[in-house]
Design a protein around this ligand. Structure first.
Ligand SMILES: [Cu+2]
Length: 534
């Protein structure tokens, strides 16, 4: 119903009045906008009461998972590699059927699978993607964590790729881009949650991490562990009223509890990436610890070992692991609560590791493979204060009391300057703060100094807490965004625009032009209007 641009805002607004009488077709489209996403059973019950049984049959609380196949052999997403400095491919983005955990489901896809292909590139390469949009709704493409230009046809999330469009994306990767695990996803404000949830996300690996390891570790098995959940109803991934707190099926690379076979004491490089739309992971590995090499694709100045790693949506860790003794071990996500008013996730097994064979000789871990960040010593040009707040039942999410507004540039920053941002969380649930383009250093959490081991691009704001970060806006001009990475919150307004200019005073003309276009795209009827509008 959101395709075709047939329905004006006025028609949709009018249709909302009709909701109690008619709850299908375009009107059902409209009432989902008003009633928004649950955590409220009432919404679902209303929907089930008003619509025919087809949308609600066989489910509890309006949500569903599906009976997946358990225990297949571990597999990774398809890999596309750059050649001669160029990775060129086509994403024909469309609804299709694909196999997840051995079951055919309908979702949205870049190249036919639930998890997009892994893009494997080197610093200095160029990525060229032709994005053919056959979704019947707008989309765009973001390279999460990339320190690249946010303007033009590069990593530009203010750009809209309308239904039916054919768009070129060209991202020039700097020679000094840090190696590690990144990811890409759809970033069209108002549709982000639904599109990522449906399948529009994949991993990017920038090569070079293993070259920083001692010679004995440079050729260790290197595996993507993409964490992604889904809820299925009537054979399709749920796209309306996604409830991040509902029972969900957690997959590794689209598989449920895959079995990874490794040799005893052989070191493995795991690329842990939470490419889910909304949910957190609290990872634990039986019989082994995580030795962290990189956080958000920033090789660490001090390698550390962890029994548990918490990955909010968007987060990545490159880790080394090994099991000194043969046996069967689990990768699990443990119970996790994001706060008194947040989500509550049960424990789940994610993968099984079978360790066998004669042990490989032990190799010592590296101690440091990157620089320790030093922004605590920088001269600060400006301190900014951001407060995250919400009206959760109404699905409204705010930064400094306002929802995202495509007519307003929230912060104008001077190129080359270093700033301190003090980010408060006035809510009873965690919000993962994410900034595009420029990574930051965490300085303190709840007033306690934080000894950062590297820069990062995502940090959890504790419930009713405060995080201080420092950012050096190094070299890229142009506007981009910062937002909560629970994408339901981002779609609900928890996002702002930062424009990096030479003078650092007024937004650039190009930014204002980009915003006008974004605004236009958001107000056309083919754009789902649960996007936060001022
Ligand atoms: Cu949030």
């Amino acid at each position: 119903m959101r395709n075709g641009g047939l329905w004006s805002d006025r028609a949709l607004a009018h249709a909302r009045y009709l909701f109690p009488i008619e709850a299908r077709g375009v009107v059902s489209q409209a009432w989902t906008d008003v009633l928004t996403k649950p955590r409220r059973l009432t919404v679902v019950l209303l929907a089930c009461g008003a619509a025919t049984a087809s949308g609600c049959g066989g489910t509890t609380q309006g949500v569903a998972t599906f009976p997946p196949q358990h225990g297949p052999a571990f597999e990774q997403p398809v890999v596309l590699r750059s050649r001669g400095g160029l990775l060129r491919t086509t994403f024909t983005v469309q609804e299709r059927r694909f196999t997840v955990a051995g079951v055919q489901v309908r979702g949205k896809s870049y190249q036919g699978d639930f998890i997009g292909p892994t893009l494997r590139v080197r610093p200095g390469d160029t990525i060229e993607i032709r994005l053919v949009n056959r979704l019947g709704e707008p989309t765009n493409l973001h390279e999460h964590g990339f320190h690249v230009s946010p303007i033009g046809i590069s990593d530009n999330v203010l750009r809209t790729m309308p239904a039916g469009s054919d768009s070129a994306v060209r991202v020039r990767i700097p020679r000094n881009l840090s190696p590690g695990t990144y990811w890409y996803d759809a970033h069209q404000h108002g549709l982000v949650e639904e599109q990522i949830f449906s399948g529009l996300a994949g991993v990017i690996i920038v090569d070079g991490l293993t070259q920083r390891l001692p010679p004995a570790l440079r050729h260790v098995p290197d595996r993507v562990v993409a964490l992604k959940d889904l809820q299925v109803r009537d054979g399709a991934i749920v796209t309306e009223n996604i409830d991040s707190d509902a029972p969900t099926t957690r997959t590794v690379n689209g598989l449920v509890d895959p079995v990874l076979r490794v040799r005893t004491n052989q070191t493995q490089l795991l690329r842990l990436a939470n490419i889910s739309a909304d949910i957190f992971y609290r990872l634990r590995l039986d019989g082994a610890r995580f030795t962290v090499l990189a956080e958000d694709a920033n090789p660490v100045g001090r390698v550390w070992a962890a029994d548990e790693l918490i990955l909010p949506p968007g987060k990545r860790y490159d880790v080394l692991v090994r099991w000194p003794r043969p046996g069967t071990y689990r990768l699990r996500t443990l119970r996790y609560r994001t706060g008194p008013s947040g989500d509550n996730y049960p424990e789940r097994r994610l993968a099984t590791v079978r360790v066998a064979g004669t042990p490989v000789a032990g190799v010592s871990w590296p101690r440091s493979i990157g620089p320790l960040p030093q922004l605590q010593r920088e001269r600060i040009r400006r301190v900014r204060h951001l407060t995250f707040s919400e009206n959760d039942p109404k699905e409204r999410y705010f930064i400094n009391g306002r929802r995202f507004d495509a007519t307003r540039v929230n912060e104008v920053v001077k190129l080359g300057s270093t700033e301190e941002w003090v980010i408060r969380n006035a809510t009873g649930e965690q919000h993962p703060f994410h900034l595009h383009v420029d990574d930051f250093q965490v300085i303190s959490i709840n007033g306690k100094p934080y000894r950062a081991r590297s820069l990062r691009d995502t940090v959890i704001l504790p419930a009713h807490g405060v995080v201080r970060i420092r950012i050096r806006f190094r070299d890229f001009l142009g506007a981009t965004v910062y937002h909560c990475h629970i994408t339901a919150h981002e779609d609900g307004g928890m996002m702002g625009i930062v424009d990096v200019t030479r003078a650092g005073r007024r937004p650039s003309g190009r930014t204002l032009r980009d915003l006008r276009n974004m605004r236009k795209a958001m107000t056309t009827a083919d754009h789902r209007s649960h996007a936060a509008m001022p």
